[in-house]
Design a protein around this ligand. Sequence first.
Ligand code: UD1
Ligand code: UDP
Length: 372
Amino acid sequence: MKKHVMLVFGTRPEAIKMAPILFELRKHSEIKTTFVATSQHREMLDQVLEVFDIHSDYDLQIMKDNQTLEDITNNVLDKLGPILNEEKPDILLVHGDTTTTMAASLSAFYHKIPVGHVEAGLRTWDKYSPYPEEMNRQITDNISDVYFAPTEQSRINLLEERHGDQNIYVTGNTAIDALNLTVRSDFHSSLLEQIPATQRIILLTMHRRENQGTGMRNVFKAVKAIVEHYSNVSVIFPVHLSPAVQKEANEILGATPNIHLTEPLNVVEFHNFAAKSYLILTDSGGVQEEAPSLGKPVLVLRDTTERPEGVNAGTLKLVGTEYDNVYRNIALLLNDDKTYAQMAAANNPYGDGQAAQRIVAAVIERLERINR
Ligand code: UD1
Ligand code: UDP
């Protein structure tokens, strides 16, 4: 009988970084591959699936407006369990630190199905930052049997928690594999063409739960002040569909000249916008991995990061969410060419774009071991 690998994911970043693994697995006809979409995100997941032409085998359809963490956890447990019972995969692969990831791992544990964690070992060691992601990844790593650590640092974090070295594979991050599928020299966009070439583009994303409210308002006000002061700066902000983010973004930044609020961009658009921007402001995890590869300075709108590699590479700077600090750091990158050049050197600490191949090779090797 064919060995069976099941992937479970449900948000935009998981889909972007699991797609290369799904493509790689599907090259192996000796393996049965199943993809269960939790659809913790609906539209933002579908954008990725559509661009990459991926179809789910099961769709749990859990998303609801303003969903709570309990809603996500309960619904994944309720709806994934029966599928695991029926399909009995040999291994379940999850990604990163979302509540889909944590709940799917827990479900697999309840059904005694081994778990492989992609992007394992990232840590801030602060359980409320990011919230709830830090605890989601710690729980997932505690449950997991196999760890796909993107970097040596994440391997060290896992070893410090006494996870066995024989179960850890340092693979690089599949974010780089995904970038290789999306960034194109002939990319065109009507929005980009509307913005005069003399404008410097700041690409902004912000969505974290711990930033919603005061932090987000401070940042948006600082961004607005920058655009009002520097007439040669335009901001593109694809606004996350979370109602909490939509409300603040529209209230503070709506109808401001040179600030373009858009729907979430599909991943091909976003990666190419990032490649054409002057600098990036973000509290996103995935964007912190992509920007060093694109040679774009990133001001990280958080106080901590589980991605120190990008800070060490010089591309990322943590600036938090205080108005003055955010304004000052954007102004510095606009005014000081030397600081800009130092941060803009392309230094990609996340591997060679072959992470998915390494992950699939390791999964197959482990499944063969079970056979023997
Ligand atoms: C989730 C993850 C976060 C990840 C982020 C990526 C958790 C708890 N959070 O946060 O780790 O960084 O995804 O974007 O797992 N919504 C839509 N359509 C969509 C997506 C979201 O309408 O396609 C709205 C819904 O009202 C939903 C809300 O956004 O209730 C929040 O979505 P949720 O997945 O709970 O939180 P995110 O902030 O997206
Ligand atoms: N992204 C996208 N469209 C957007 C904004 C981001 O495709 O409008 C991509 C981005 O390139 C990265 C991923 O989404 O690969 C990051 O997702 P997000 O910031 O939602 O989540 P996080 O990485 O913080 O968990």
